[in-house]
Design a protein around this ligand. Structure first.
Ligand SMILES: [Zn+2]
Length: 137
């Protein structure tokens, strides 16, 4: 069993608790605050992590919601956004990515003349070894 999944027991308990009605509620499922979906789970039930495991949620019954397919889809979409956001924040904190504001763009040269002055002619290619023919000659 992967840590991403609820145990069979937990799922059974969650389904019992749900009364076969979708347990999704609140804005994270696209519902009003405090509003519960309550649609029948007879057409399909999915077990959702209230707090996604990537964000520290566990596989406890408390963190398990028996929800309908539609609610699960909506919630998963939001979770992915939140996980990406938390990944970005973590990366920023650890210095993996620099804050966008501090990256300086090279900008454009003041004038074409200035650009030509700045541009140095490329160094001629230097042979590391003399060509074989020359050595023989
Ligand atoms: Zn639902």
């Amino acid at each position: 069993m992967s840590r991403h999944e609820f145990s069979r027991e937990t799922r059974r308990e969650a389904l019992k608790r749900s009364g076969l009605k979708c347990e999704a509620s609140g804005p994270r499922y696209g519902l009003e605050e405090g509003q519960r979906c309550n649609c029948s789970l007879s057409l399909g039930v999915q077990y959702d992590h209230d707090v996604p495991d990537q964000l520290g949620g566990d596989n406890s019954l408390e963190n398990c919601r028996a929800v309908c397919v539609q609610c699960h889809k909506i919630k998963t979409r939001g979770d992915i956004r939140q996980i990406r956001k938390s990944d970005r924040q973590r990366d920023k904190a650890s210095g993996v990515i620099r804050p966008a504001g501090k990256i300086k763009s090279p900008g454009f040269p003041v004038s074409e003349k200035a650009a030509r002055r700045q541009a140095k002619p490329p160094l001629p290619p230097r042979a590391m070894f003399k060509p074989v023919d020359e050595r023989k000659a």
